[in-house]
Design a protein around this ligand. Structure first.
Ligand code: GLN
Length: 197
């Protein structure tokens, strides 16, 4: 069975585990960097990116996470996880893991729209997907080889660049697992590709 990790330092960890299991994958909650060797793909969950970054530093995860992505293993950043993956963050113009060629803006929908749900279309993956946004970021800019998967009122809310997938919403909070299934399929594809190298 395909083993996929969920970074378990902070945030919506259990919900991702449930969603991965619903997609027929085995989920591993990653609390120590050594555990990254056990998994073929990794989800960076939603939560609070500044807190997560503090814990990443505290538990010496930064290089291990960067190496994981650079080795070609798929990573899926949801909400705060998108912020962690981004090469640049609007307000501070550097990033955390700096793996995906996107510029993210934190808490970008403003106070009056702190949390909301919207039906969006995920290009080639799911139509009418109920997306839950919680103090969500959005993507301000994308590099040339980034595919935009979804927008909401012209704001980019989901994108993919090769083995990196990111979304501004929480795909794990409903029973619609189509987006998580897309990530599980990406991990399966990459297992085949990495095995043939
Ligand atoms: N606003 C949070 C941050 O900046 C992200 C919110 C979320 O993950 N639901 O990290």
């Amino acid at each position: 069975m395909t083993k996929i990790g969920v970074l378990g330092l902070q945030g919506a960890v259990r919900e991702h585990v449930r969603s991965l299991e619903a997609c027929g994958a085995e989920a591993v909650v990653i609390k120590r960097k050594e555990q990254l060797e056990e998994v073929e793909g990794l989800i960076l969950p939603g939560g609070e990116s500044t807190t997560m970054r503090r814990l990443i530093d505290k538990y010496d995860f930064l290089d291990a996470l960067k190496n994981f992505g650079q080795s070609g293993k798929p990573m899926f950043g949801t909400c705060a996880g998108l912020i962690l993956l981004a090469k640049e963050i609007g307000s501070i113009s550097t990033g955390h893991l700096e793996l995906m060629d996107i510029k993210a803006e934190r808490n970008a929908f403003g106070r009056q729209r702190e949390s909301f749900e919207a039906d969006i279309d995920l290009k080639g993956i799911a139509e009418g997907f109920n997306a839950v946004f919680i103090r969500a970021p959005y993507i301000l800019e994308t590099g040339d080889d980034v595919e935009i998967l979804a927008t909401y009122y012209d704001k980019i809310v989901a994108a993919q660049q090769d083995h990196y997938l990111a979304c501004a919403f929480h795909p794990e909070l409903t029973d619609d697992h189509r987006f998580t299934q897309h990530f599980v399929d990406m991990v399966k594809q990459s297992q085949k590709k990495l095995a043939s190298l």
